[in-house]
Design a protein around this ligand. Structure first.
Ligand code: ZN
Length: 178
């Protein structure tokens, strides 16, 4: 069942999300939330979804990127396929603070895009959906997704980090940026 994705202006997007306990993670409610977030992300479609975006103030993220873009775009963005995975209570560390600027959107800022600078490489320490520790090192587009989703857990939106003069509707992006 797909969940409603809340839009900018909803307070849940601006409140820091709380950590999930191992016991809570094993409950049917949390496992159903993870399944619902997976389905919602795929239906949107999107490459990442954080629990606050479905009005749950929890430190929970789902990510999946099929990198289904033209090869030249994939090269320019360092975008490679990322299989579906779940991050619980992620802690992000920047490994390479070289800032890379690309167009970025958010399912909770529906219909708009902007250029957002992001660090080139990051490390994530988190739990998976079974409560097992995971460590991820990512560069390029995957690092961008991780920064975007971890920002959601801190109540930060990409519009806080964008170059504001690049902010555009999707229609005008297609019209003027292609
Ligand atoms: Zn977002």
């Amino acid at each position: 069942m797909t969940l409603e994705i809340v839009q900018a202006g909803h307070p849940v997007l601006r409140n820091p999300a709380r950590p999930i306990t191992p016991v809570e993670l094993s409950t049917a409610r949390l496992q159903a939330l993870i399944a619902g977030m997976q389905e919602t992300m795929r239906a949107a479609p999107g490459v990442g979804l954080a629990a606050p975006q479905v009005a749950e103030g929890l430190q929970l993220v789902v990510i999946e990127d099929n990198a289904n873009v033209p090869p030249e775009d994939a090269v320019a963005r360092e975008r490679r396929p990322v299989p579906f995975h779940v991050l619980v209570n992620p802690v992000l560390t920047v490994l390479d603070d070289t800032m890379v600027a690309h167009w970025e959107g958010c399912l909770s800022v529906g219909g708009f895009q902007a250029i957002v600078p992001r660090a080139h490489a990051v490390r994530i320490e988190a739990l998976d959906e079974h409560g097992r520790p995971v460590e991820i090192r990512a560069t390029g587009w995957y690092a961008r997704i991780l920064q975007h989703e971890c920002d959601h857990l801190a109540g930060v939106l990409c519009i806080d980090r964008m170059d504001p003069r690049t902010f555009t509707t999707n229609d005008n992006f297609t019209r003027f940026q292609r």
